[in-house]
Design a protein around this ligand. Structure first.
Ligand SMILES: NC(=O)c1ccc[n+]([C@@H]2O[C@H](COP(=O)([O-])OP(=O)(O)OC[C@H]3O[C@@H](n4cnc5c(N)ncnc54)[C@H](OP(=O)(O)O)[C@@H]3O)[C@@H](O)[C@H]2O)c1
Length: 258
């Protein structure tokens, strides 16, 4: 068993997940860089971590598939012998970004499988492993971080499925937090605002304008590193008597203003 904490970050070949993987590695975690369709990008992340003196492996797997979730957990255990941190980051936007009057069941199914069902059942499997390892004294405790979105409460009518799946992540976080507290596993929701990544690249001009007009009190795009810093902070020992919280990383977007 490896002598440092192990973090599995879903969807960490690109964007926010990549930032989180690099941040956790710099903070001393061995990292599993999960990817779906971008093997080269995942390999780059592994190499970047290794170049900085860290330890990482890349594992392919669709979080929407039960078999592939199981394989992810088993391959993590086989490689490192432990799992201390799960970051449910992998996510996709509404397919085609159609107005809700034209929204399709195909988009609903893939968005909910990737953004909600996958994270819930991956958390279930990870938690069961963590409970066994904590009980055996192999790891001191566990941490699960769910990456949701300001779309959990801010309506976008051409991404209804995405908004609803992200809204459900808050309840999922609270359910897991309550059930897992007795096992020394803390659970949080990290709620990013507008973050520069491939996901937001197609709507860059729209957000450039909104940010310039004051969309968030802190008038800039967020970065994957902004989100990574919050996740890394949760892995430390600064929040021992907290669980189930939503941590906003949004430049203050969530504050209602008059
Ligand atoms: N960007 C924002 O402004 C923003 C704001 C709030 C919340 N978020 C949330 O933050 C998370 C990351 O977003 P992002 O902007 O970094 O997105 P992104 O740039 O599009 O990257 C998505 C990542 O998820 C992976 N992925 C997609 N489907 C997957 C699947 N079925 N199984 C495993 N991995 C999968 C991709 O892997 P491959 O490339 O290997 O396929 C990629 O690494 C998402 O949950 C998103 O909803 C983003």
């Amino acid at each position: 068993m490896i002598d440092r904490p192990v973090a599995l970050v879903t969807g960490s070949s690109r964007g926010i997940g990549r930032g989180i993987a690099v941040g956790l590695a710099a903070a001393g975690h061995a990292v599993v860089v999960n990817y779906y369709r971008s093997p080269e990008a995942a390999q780059e992340v592994v190499e970047q971590i290794a170049a900085n003196g860290g330890r990482a492996i890349a594992l392919q797997g669709d979080v929407g598939s039960a078999e592939e979730r199981t394989a992810l957990i088993e391959e993590t255990e086989a490689e490192f012998g432990r799992l201390d941190v799960l970051v449910n980051n992998a996510g996709i936007t509404s397919q085609g970004r159609r107005d809700l009057l034209e929204a399709t069941e195909e988009s609903w199914d893939v968005v909910f499988a990737t953004n909600l069902k996958g994270p819930f059942f991956l958390a279930q499997q990870a938690a069961n492993r963590m409970i066994a390892s904590i009980g055996a004294g192999r790891i001191p405790g566990g941490l699960i971080v769910n990456i949701s979105s300001i779309s959990a409460y801010a309506v976008t009518t051409n991404r209804a499925d995405y908004c609803m799946a992200k809204a459900a992540m808050q309840m999922m976080t609270q359910l897991l937090a309550v059930r897992l507290a007795e096992h020394r596993i803390r659970v949080y929701e990290v709620c990013p605002g507008v973050i520069a990544s491939d996901m937001t690249a197609p709507v860059k001009e729209k957000y450039d304008k909104l940010i310039a007009e004051g969309l968030s009190p802190i008038r800039r795009w967020g970065t994957p590193e902004d989100v990574a810093r919050a996740v890394v902070a949760l892995t430390g020992d600064s929040f021992p008597f907290t669980t189930g919280d939503r941590i906003n990383v949004d430049g203050g977007f969530h504050i209602r203003r008059l």
